[in-house]
Design a protein around this ligand. Structure first.
Ligand code: GAF
Length: 389
């Protein structure tokens, strides 16, 4: 599915040209579960995307069409947008509600969307869906909202209409991605810097565990709550603490008794992961991929043992990668409990790496493995009709 196909389908159904938008998924080099703790992340936008074809229809209804295998449609009056049973539509309805809450009148429109971000693979198809749609509506309605506002609106849509209290990393990566770069975002100040990452010199290979644990959203919200509980305890002892980003390991150790063992290890993981992002950013500046890779392995160990958001399949994939030649680093990526691992591999070793990983996954768990090469691209953009005509 790409913009050309969607444009043709839109023409066929509605007889005129749509506005076309591309919204990429994301990888995250390092910095997991740090965003909602107001720490640091290091994601990038990837060459897998959701495309939107959209135009006003001069009626009072929104016609939303998911142009995938199911070809599901929802027609709803724009004046009474409420979450319903179609999960995919709820993300879009959440975005419409965000525009309406800002007093922006949303007229009737037709929208077809589809793409090639594998669902449930931890590549943030949901953020791409919300960000791309918010960007498309912003252009269609000429609302003049900036990208950061769109990212926050997409995040709120996910909170209120999908019930997952995500941080801002995924939306930021989808909207602010830059070709050939990862972006280091300070999730408190929202300052950001780009770091060059040449995917021709070091390939990013994603290994899709194929696991989509239903635990993911409930456990995600639980982890977020556990971190908040930790901050509440620490605040009572250290006035300078307003998030885990302000906490030192010595302070954590001193409060172990008040925190209790579970909250302590959640907080310890977050404090250490923030340090790892800082160290990885510096290593990237020095083109030191060996250090970046070691930090990725350490990140995985923390996510597995302290934050407890990994699963057997992801652990098997990371261990298998560790023993293959040409691998700098590997770790689970995203919220956890399934999805993809991210692997940094020297280009000449990639074919053997993919073979080795597939064999190991089959041998250890009897499962088949999909792998994807990915490159870093620009964030959400319009697709020029002339370029595809
Ligand atoms: C998911 C969330 F959407 C992000 O905000 C982030 O917290 C991530 O999990 C974990 O780092 O992708």
């Amino acid at each position: 599915m790409d913009a050309e196909l969607l444009s043709a389908e839109f023409h066929r159904r509605f007889g005129h040209a749509p506005l076309l938008v591309r919204a990429p998924g994301r990888i995250n080099l390092i910095g997991e579960h740090t965003d909602y703790n107001l720490g640091f992340v290091l994601p990038g936008a990837i060459d897998r995307a959701i495309y939107f074809a959209i135009a006003c229809n001069h009626q009072q209804e929104a016609r939303l069409i998911a142009y995938d295998d199911q070809q599901d449609t929802l027609i709803i009056p724009v004046s009474s947008v409420t979450a319903g049973e179609k999960q995919w539509a709820n993300y879009l309805l959440g975005v419409i509600a965000q525009f309406q809450q800002r007093g922006i009148l949303v007229p009737g429109f037709d929208c077809i969307f589809g793409g090639d971000i594998p669902l449930g693979a931890g590549l943030s198809s949901s953020a791409a869906l919300c960000c791309g749609f918010a960007f498309a509506l912003n252009h269609l309605l000429d609302s003049g909202l900036d990208e950061l506002t769109l990212a926050k609106m997409a995040q709120s849509a996910e909170h209120t209409y999908a019930g997952v209290r995500t941080g801002l990393m995924d939306q930021f990566a989808s909207l602010f991605g830059k070709a050939g770069h990862v972006v280091r975002l300070d999730c408190r100040s929202l300052d950001y810097d780009y770091y060059p990452f040449d995917t021709a010199a070091c390939n990013i290979v994603l290994c899709n565990s194929g696991v989509k644990h239903s635990l993911a959203s409930t456990e995600y919200n639980t982890r977020r709550r556990e971190c908040e509980q930790g901050v509440d305890v620490l605040k009572r002892h250290y006035t300078e603490v307003s998030s885990l980003r302000d906490v030192t390991l010595a302070q954590l150790d001193a409060q172990l008794e008040h925190l209790g063992p579970v909250i302590y290890k959640r907080c310890k993981y977050v404090v250490e992961e923030n340090h790892r992002v800082e160290a990885a950013s510096q290593a990237l500046n020095e083109s030191d991929l060996t250090t970046v890779g070691q930090l990725m392995f350490a990140s995985h160990a923390g996510l597995r043992d302290e934050y407890e958001v990994s699963c057997c399949e992801l652990d098997v994939l990371v261990e298998a990668a560790r023993h293959l030649p040409g691998v700098f680093g590997a770790r689970m990526m995203g919220g956890g409990f399934g999805g993809c691992t991210i692997n940094l591999v020297t280009p000449e070793h990639v074919p053997a790496f993919e073979r080795g990983m597939k064999e190991a996954y089959q041998r250890e768990l009897g499962l088949s493995l999909e792998t994807y090469h990915t490159v870093l691209v620009d964030g959400v953009s319009r697709v020029d009709q002339d370029l595809i005509a």
